[in-house]
Design a protein around this ligand. Structure first.
Ligand SMILES: NC(=O)c1ccc[n+]([C@@H]2O[C@H](COP(=O)([O-])OP(=O)(O)OC[C@H]3O[C@@H](n4cnc5c(N)ncnc54)[C@H](O)[C@@H]3O)[C@@H](O)[C@H]2O)c1
Length: 311
């Protein structure tokens, strides 16, 4: 059945999600942006509104919603959509550090359907690696290294990303939420987690570099996150086991090598492929992306920021 979808936030991510909705044969019925021109540009067949409240008063009803606004707005908008009984895919982070999730947790325990947009877990290489680890192909996992780094020329991201009150912080919350989430999903609970972080780019008081170290079961691991003024090197996720290893590059290409065989996958269009897969996962109610799954990641990020500020 084709679904009618409400999209809140018609910026870069709103457009990616709208494309995924259309690719699945669903329809963007309502487009919301504080900037009405942007709302109108999201989908020529959608009704455009300047606020979520306005859209919820629309005569057009919807089956699902997507939240793709600046991060601090996610929590309030989630609670509003939960109260309206609309299943919602929310961009990461589902809340920013310091925001109290109590209202959202109450809504979820009351049955609200919320799916968090952890797009990197929908990369084909990540799906393959999850399967290989689950099947024991890599043996006992001993090492885990995730280097998620991006060249960030001036103006590459809207200014709100570097305003802690809107984004919640720098690279740790914006990209680290993906890295910590996928480490937890692949390895289980992270223990003895420590972090260092600092600004790198001129004019930033939020962190552009963060390094997180942890233990998880039999593995020791590290996550390095970077926003740089140059093209970073040696990036990607590497999982090392006693019987094999897997690597996923930042372009989505991947390699899994065991004593028996080597399998590989090509680079993907990371702006479309994972978002189409993610929308299908949301539609079919795939497990692993709920607030219960992601709230511990946010609590962990919150504690890392607290420890950093405590010195
Ligand atoms: N999953 C991923 O791979 C990924 C990648 C990039 C960004 N993100 C997340 O997506 C979210 C959006 O990021 P973006 O880069 O698209 O930002 P953006 O600034 O390009 O777009 C945000 C849009 O929201 C609109 N907006 C602001 N306040 C609003 C309100 N109250 N109601 C409705 N619209 C409002 C803005 O006008 C803007 O058009 C962020 O939370 C970010 O962390 C996720």
């Amino acid at each position: 059945m084709s679904r009618r979808v409400l999209v809140v936030g018609a910026g870069v991510m709103g457009h990616r999600h709208a494309a995924a909705v259309r690719a699945a044969g669903d329809r963007v019925a309502l487009a919301v942006d504080a900037d009405l021109t942007r709302a109108r540009a999201l989908d020529e067949n959608a009704l455009a509104y300047g606020s979520l409240a306005g859209a919820l008063a629309s005569p057009e009803t919807v089956d699902a919603a997507i939240i793709a606004t600046p991060s601090f707005q996610h929590l309030d908008q989630l609670v509003t959509l939960a109260a309206a009984g609309i299943p919602t895919l929310v961009e990461k982070p589902h809340r920013i550090p310091g925001q109290d999730p109590a209202g959202l947790l109450t809504a979820v325990s009351g049955g609200a359907e919320v799916f968090v947009g952890m797009s990197t877990r929908h990369w084909p290489g990540y799906v393959e690696l999850t399967r290989a680890i689950g099947a024991g192909e890599l043996g006992e996992i001993v090492g885990y290294t995730d280097r998620m780094a991006f060249a960030l020329p001036e103006g590459a991201l809207p200014a709100w990303y570097f305003d802690r009150s809107v984004s919640g912080g720098g690279v740790l919350v914006t990209n680290g939420v993906h890295a910590l989430d996928r480490a937890r999903a692949l390895l289980g609970p992270l223990e003895k987690v420590t972090a260092t972080m600092r600004p790198v780019l001129p004019g930033h008081d939020t962190e552009d570099h963060a390094r997180v170290r942890f233990r998880a079961g039999t593995a020791t691991g590290s996550i390095e996150l970077l926003w740089a003024a140059y093209e970073p090197v040696a990036t990607g996720l590497t999982v090392t086991g006693t019987r094999g290893a897997g690597h996923i590059a930042m372009d989505g290409s991947w390699r899994i090598s065991t004593r028996d065989a080597t399998r590989t996958g090509d680079a993907i269009d990371i702006d479309t492929v994972p978002f189409a897969a993610q929308w299908q996962a949301f539609r079919t109610g795939a497990a692993g992306f709920s607030i219960d799954d992601l709230e511990p990641t946010l609590t962990l990020i919150e504690s890392l920021y607290r420890e950093a500020s405590d010195g």
